[in-house]
Design a protein around this ligand. Sequence first.
Ligand SMILES: [Zn+2]
Length: 379
Amino acid sequence: MSTNSLNVPRLWCAADAGVGHAACLVARVLLAAACALGGAGGPAAAQPASATPSAAPPAPAEPGACQALVERLAAFKPVDCSRLALQAGNGRSARGRPILMRDFGAPGTADGAALPPDPAAAKLTLASGAANASATAPSDTRPIPAPAPAGTLRKPRVLLVGGIHGDELTATVTVLRWADWLARDAAAGRALPIHWRVVPAMNPDGLLARPATRVNANGVDLNRNFPTPGWEPKARQWWEGTARKDPRRFPGRAAASEPETRWLLAEMERFAPDVIVSVHAPFGLLDYDGPKPQNLSPPRKLGRLYLDQIGVYPGSLGNYGGVHRGIAVLTIELPHALELPNDLELARMWTDLQRWIAEYMQRSAAAQAAAGAASHPAR
Ligand SMILES: [Zn+2]
């Protein structure tokens, strides 16, 4: 990749401590993938996104709604709502509460510039970067993957969702914390290598109830309400049989009966994410549904959480998005619903997550390029 191929200032790794370094490190990993895919003078990397990116929804900030989250989560270190600048999209809960969200790193915005030129980055490994980022050292120190065949690279789109289950408070706090780190990077003028769409509290009615509830205000487990094939009768059969009519796991009277579910389905259409990350608690593991391009494994671990696939359920987001729609859906189950991992652990998870996304995108692009070459053999 030529240093002239993109006209972006080298702001990435300005001296900074903590999370900024992690973002920088991940940017370099993504850049390395970009260079590998684009090749020398990489035209692919210099091209605009191949698919029309979804712009941030034009919606007013919701300081009151964010503040309600902060007050509900008062047991945790507060987040700065003004910096987060969460927005109310068109999503509303069953009780009419806004489902807050924000985009970071969207193409065409200040924090969404293309990947910067830095030929040295192609040779970097996370191991070398970790020496400069002790506070956020990734726990995965393998070298970056070998260069892949040329293919189309565009900015990864990742939908990051917390709190589908309202009583898993740490899930929302974790997403808020990661969003705050993104907001800091954006405020500092650092271009972000991933286009994030962040939804910290997917089930605001459940979160804000006293006590908080897993289900939404209609008593529906949103993570059993997605329209997986055969939802009727599988979801009800699962609930009546395996779940023994546990009201916390009621899948609803029909697939996508709930406004929160319908909104996320529409958001999946609008945003067309490459990866969906859904944060839960308290099982302390990682689960994955979706493609495995070039035999790429799901992330073996994020921080101290290890992969332990727990199976699929009728109506779950992983089943719908990963199995049915073929989108990579990573489910993070934090170890406790009320005790947050410490900042170092959150940073390790965050870095490992972005590293895996970079690898996933690289392998996906390479697999697509190989498929294209196979379907159009040289004459
Ligand atoms: Zn959950």
